[in-house]
Design a binder for this molecule. Structure first.
Ligand SMILES: Cc1cc2nc3c(=O)[nH]c(=O)nc-3n(C[C@H](O)[C@H](O)[C@H](O)COP(=O)(O)O)c2cc1C
Length: 356
């Protein structure tokens, strides 16, 4: 890896220039305060990755409404107090030199469970009597171990779209420069798309075009609350990796429609609709789908097992336009600077120069 590598070149998304293409993947910290606002943990966690040379910090899945949280410890963007907390976080990230972005979460049926470390990494349902809530989804089909979701009515749908638009407006008020709508990992948008989770017989279910109607409304709701000159990303499954589930061809069509609806970049992951979805554990396993989605006329990004510096050159530009690194950056906030392997005084923060 050298400084000439494309990973370290800027990329433009609408009017936003991101200084490099190595970004922090959104990762829930389950550490919000009681009001759903960011805490000192978030400032320290994201601030150190910003100091670690990451081009864009994608702040974790942040709920658009209380019943769209995964856990009671999730961040939210549905109250003014939350906006104040996010403003402090976005300012910290920006002042350290990274681009502050936030992922908007609409959990759907994968909602109202405990934090992963409370139950050996698996999701345990928290019922309303213990502080949980009733999950809402396209069809009343539960995710393993969680409550049976209520089937969404037209009125619920209108409310969810209003929640999304308000959260987008709040993200702008907080000073974020990019938004990612979470449309993967088995959350509501993904549930609408997949025939395995959407059994509706109304205008929001049926063939692929009908199943993508509500997801496209979700995208339009983000765009309605978000300035024209700021970019919108959507995290999508490249495929369900399940018999009878979404294929890469299905998803390339969704990406095309989303591009037409104002999405600038598709961030690819795979699987996670149900626990049995195939789990591929190879470097770049999601990025390999990139060229197919680029053909849809959108910019592409991917996360997934990117942990070595040479993976960056394998991914960019051939497969995707940018990468999001998750667990490797949990282990090491300076992962990007170490991967860059340049003259330390040119790339590391000046406060650390005496270390070299
Ligand atoms: C602790 C943890 C929390 C995560 N939270 C989110 C999240 O909030 N939103 C999301 O889209 N993906 C989430 N993910 C998935 C990561 O963003 C990433 O796509 C995945 O870990 C694969 O990338 P990696 O191999 O670099 O870790 C999470 C992953 C981890 C390990």
């Amino acid at each position: 890896m050298t400084t000439a590598s494309m990973a370290w070149t800027p990329i433009r998304l609408r009017e936003l220039s991101v200084p490099n293409r190595v970004w922090l993947s959104p990762m829930c910290q389950y550490s919000a305060d009681r009001s759903g606002a960011p805490t000192d943990w978030h400032i320290a966690h994201y601030g150190s990755r910003a100091a670690g040379g990451v081009g864009m910090i994608m702040v974790e899945c942040t709920a658009v409404a209380p019943d769209m949280r995964t856990t009671a410890q999730d961040l939210g963007l549905y109250t003014d107090d939350q906006v104040i907390g996010h403003r402090r976080l976005a300012e910290a990230i920006t002042s350290i030199g990274s681009v502050a972005a936030v992922q908007l979460g609409v959990a759907g049926r994968k909602s109202s469970h405990g934090v992963p470390w409370a139950n050996d990494g698996t999701r345990n349902a928290i019922p309303p009597e213990d502080g949980g809530w009733q999950p809402l989804a396209p069809s009343p089909i539960p995710f393993a171990g969680l409550a049976v979701p209520a089937e969404m009515t037209t009125k619920d749908g209108t409310r969810v779209l209003e929640d999304i638009e308000r959260a987008a407006r709040n993200a702008h008020r907080a000073g974020y420069e990019a938004i990612e709508l979470h449309g993967a990992n088995g959350y509501m948008l993904h549930e609408f798309l997949s025939p395995l989770a959407n059994h509706r017989t109304d205008e929001w279910g049926g063939d692929p075009e009908r199943r993508m109607r509500f997801p496209l409304e979700m995208v339009k709701a983000v765009r309605a609350g978000w300035p024209e000159d700021k970019p919108v990303l959507v995290r999508l499954p490249a495929a369900d990796l399940l018999e009878g589930g979404l294929t890469a061809d299905d998803m390339a069509l969704v990406a095309t429609r989303m591009g037409e609806a104002g999405v600038d970049m598709i961030d690819l992951v795979t699987g996670a609709l149900v626990p049995e979805a195939l789990r591929v554990a190879e470097p770049l396993h999601n990025a390999q789908y990139g060229p197919r989605f680029r053909a849809a006329g959108v910019l592409t990004a991917a996360s997934g097992m990117i942990s070595q510096a040479h993976h960056l050159d394998q991914a960019i530009p051939e497969l995707v336009d940018a990468v999001l690194v998750g667990r490797a950056m949990l282990r090491d906030p300076y992962w990007a600077l170490r991967a860059l392997d340049a003259e330390p005084r040119a790339s590391w923060p000046k406060q650390y120069h005496r270390a070299f």
